[in-house]
Design a binder for this molecule. Sequence first.
Ligand SMILES: Cc1ncc(COP(=O)(O)O)c(C=O)c1O
Length: 372
Amino acid sequence: MDSLQELLNKKKEGNALRRLKTVEGLIDFCSNDYLGLANSKELFEIIHLRVTKITPPYNGATGSRLLSGNRTLAETLELKLATIFNSAKTLLFNSGYTANLAVLSSLPQRGDTLLYDELVHACIKDGARLSLASRFSFKHNDLNDLEDKIKRAKGNVFIAVESIYSMDGNACPLKELTFLASKYGAAIILDEAHSTGSYGPNGSGMAVEQKLENKIAVRVYTFGKAMGVHGACVAGDETLINYLINFARPFIYTTAMPPHSLISIQSAFDFLQQNMDRQKTLQSKIQLFLSRTEKLPLQRIKSKSAIQNVIVPGNTDVKKLGSYLEENKFDCRPILSPTIKEGTERIRICLHAFNSDEEIKGLTSALQNFVQ
Ligand SMILES: Cc1ncc(COP(=O)(O)O)c(C=O)c1O
């Protein structure tokens, strides 16, 4: 165990030691609860009421979906999600992490090529490492670099991207990407983690909003961010879903979701359908933040989404800004290297429909005070 302690010591020396902490009494500019569903008392009560009405009552799925764990509740929810995401089928997963692990580890086969944007989430990279296909990253949102790599690719080609990038907050040029993919017969795997709920009719995400869903072979939606609950699903055609049921180990070898989770997901989409104005409110909060920061001497990554950044190179310096903001009651966390590339350390700011204009103005004033 000495070697483990040594590695921890190294992290500490690099000012990059991770610690769990709870935060209370600060203004939330950190969570993925973009639409305020995670903390909605109304939604809480709807879920609670529906859970008490499960007949016959049960607490856990008791096994994998392929053994004792398949329930009508899960199948009904998958049908509902297929309607929302306008796909032939959907398949539930316990989290976005396992959904991506399942897709990336099982779809690209030996002899195939997987090309992924360099900024995709860790779970896409982890899934890719489990695949037997050749894998290469391409420069962030750079379709020329991607095309060069497609030309050199062997076997079936898969392209993995995110609709909204989790760290930079910028969007994938989806339309152009679908043109490129169809030119070379490549299959797109789209992670909609940060657009599920916040974009599209009934929270259906960006591909549906842009009417591109039929051009994207695999779509991954997660429910732990704007939907305020937990879990994920993959949307696609019947062959894709049957394939995952048969070959995706993170689907096959795990206990299925409990009824509380299934009810929560169902209720969150029902609730959002009745509260679609939250999407518009979120957009107005983003506009306010952008208008208040455009003239500030801050190093920023261009983003029109709820995820905004202030770059402060170096773990030590970015932590200083983090502490300053915390002293001023703003909860926005420093993101350190090696989670992100050295030199791009940043304060990641998540905006929410529930942040008041005063809170956003207060945050931008604090940023201004710090840099001046
Ligand atoms: C882009 C992206 N994909 C997938 C995930 C994982 O989703 P989950 O939290 O549901 O496991 C995250 C989580 O941060 C993410 O940002």
